[in-house]
Ligand binder design. Structure first.
Ligand code: FCB
Length: 477
């Protein structure tokens, strides 16, 4: 949590000097299976909670689904060629659980697995390090029907799936992350319900968060036993949380939201305990009776790295009776026990998601994880921005997205200078894609996708990023 009443300057940092990153810095781009693959019913794949959710009326903007998405499943060879042209050192992708283990139990589906084997082989042939995320939100529907993440058994099923993947790809994939953003899975999926499976139950969202972390710990143990050389970790989405003023009510609001957004996950995984104040804040929602002896030891199984996704800052204030609730990830029901905290907008520049642009928040976030939690290597596993893009004469000149990347890379460099062992950065995203409840209406890609023709057009930010990678840093401006 930041100091009260001192929200730092937003937007770009001041330095405009050339900046060089450490040798071997892992420059990458990220995607997720459901957002790009399409081929939802091919090769033995069964529905995930996102198929069910997106096909339910009113859940996504204009009823968009991931049925086709970027058709990456059929265009994977061309897409890897585009990555090679960018000079990517690494590509972070996720595996669709119901593609490789239909229904979420039983043996591996050879046809589904073959897709990832070809992807990994093709990446390696192009000198691109595969970075595999096991779970980017696409739980097999059958497991949701059996209780989903609020049910303890889902953690065991996840570890079993992790084992299947380790057996299949462990000889070629060095970097493995278990979960992507468990906060979103738990609180958007089971709290506000704006994400799949769309449930709205505060206690269930807290249980989901616990079982996601339990699944993570069990998966790390399974992967470690099979792949002693692998680099294992998790990706969390973190926010600096700043009180709107130094009034005690605002400071307490920031403490509460920091507890739910950040410490709910960092403390169990990196310290082996839930923070006392968070447990107290949640007392009217749950008694934590779902936590069994030994769980926290499993959850805090040692890892090799921590992935941080960073997009924006939360500025919060004490409740005011009758105040209108915010929507989406600031919806009250994402914050069980702290529903009445107000999220304040500062009127600074925002992206097309309405997320405030705050590059110094990345420095603050990375320093906090390093200084308060761990000496482990850190990676920015996602960072990026949605803006409205226009294709003019076959080109997309996305100056705002380019400036966003530039500012955040300067922030990443500042964190390194401050002693943070940051070893890589993954732009979100390689391609425009299915942005969850927003469907195809929000574009985050460095590469433009025309969804009618499936044409790809590298934007200005992609060409700029290729140059950043080539020189291992930023040019003077
Ligand atoms: C993150 C998700 C990613 C994408 C970006 C914009 O929360 O991990 O899939 O939606 O936000």
């Amino acid at each position: 949590m930041s100091n009260p009443a001192t929200p730092p300057a937003v937007g770009v940092l001041d330095e405009r000097a050339p900046l060089t990153f450490p040798p071997g810095f892992l420059w990458g781009a990220a995607t997720a299976a459901y957002q790009i693959e399409g081929a939802a019913a091919e090769g033995g794949r069964t529905p995930s909670i996102w198929d069910t959710f997106s096909h339910t009326e009113g859940r996504t903007v204009a009823g968009h689904t991931g049925d086709v998405a970027c058709d990456h499943y059929h265009r994977v060879g061309d897409d890897v060629r585009l990555m090679a042209e960018l000079g990517l050192k690494s590509y972070r992708f996720s595996v669709s659980w119901p593609r490789v283990q239909p229904g979420g139990s039983g043996p591996v589906n050879a046809e589904g697995l073959d897709f990832y084997q070809r992807l990994v082989d093709d990446l390696l042939a192009n000198g691109i390090e595969p970075w595999l995320t096991l779970y980017h939100w696409d739980l097999p529907q059958e497991l949701e029907d059996a209780g989903g993440w609020p049910a303890r058994d889902t953690a065991a099923r996840f570890a079993e799936y992790a084992q299947l993947m380790a057996n299949a790809l462990g000889d070629r994939v060095k970097y493995w992350t278990t979960l992507n953003e468990p906060w979103c899975s738990a609180f958007l999926g089971y709290g506000s319900g704006v994400h799949a499976p769309g449930r709205t139950d505060g206690a269930a969202s807290v249980q989901a968060g616990h079982h996601l972390m339990l699944g993570h710990g069990l998966a790390v143990q399974a992967l470690r036993a099979t792949l002693p050389q692998a680099q294992l970790g998790v990706t969390v989405n973190l926010y600096p949380v700043t009180p709107a003023s130094d009034a005690p009510g605002d400071v307490d609001a920031a403490r509460r939201i920091d507890g739910l957004a950040n410490r709910f996950f960092l403390d169990p995984m990196l310290r082996g305990q839930y923070p006392d104040d968070l447990v107290a804040d949640l007392a009217k929602v749950t008694d934590f009776g779902h936590v069994r002896d030994g769980d926290l030891a499993v959850i805090s199984t040692p890892m090799d790295l921590v992935g941080v996704n960073y997009y924006s800052r939360h500025v919060v204030a004490a409740p005011v009776p009758g105040e209108q609730p915010e929507r989406y990830w600031r919806a009250p029901t994402n914050w069980p026990g702290s529903e009445d905290v107000r999220f304040v907008t500062r009127g600074v520049p925002v992206t097309d998601m309405d997320w405030e642009i705050d590059a110094p928040g990345l420095v603050e976030t990375l320093r906090r994880v390093h200084e308060e939690y761990t000496d482990l290597p850190l990676y920015v596993t996602e960072n990026g921005s949605a803006f409205v893009d226009a294709v003019i004469d076959g080109q997309v000149d996305d100056v705002e997205r380019l400036a966003y990347f530039d500012a955040h890379l300067r922030a990443a460099h500042e964190a390194i200078s401050a002693g943070v062992p940051l070893q890589g950065y993954f732009a979100w995203s390689l391609l425009d894609n299915f942005e969850w409840a927003w469907g195809y209406t929000k574009r985050f890609g460095m590469i433009y996708v025309d969804y009618d023709s499936q044409t790809r057009i590298p934007k200005s930010s992609a060409r700029w990023y290729a140059e950043v990678i080539r020189r291992n840093g930023l040019a003077a401006q």
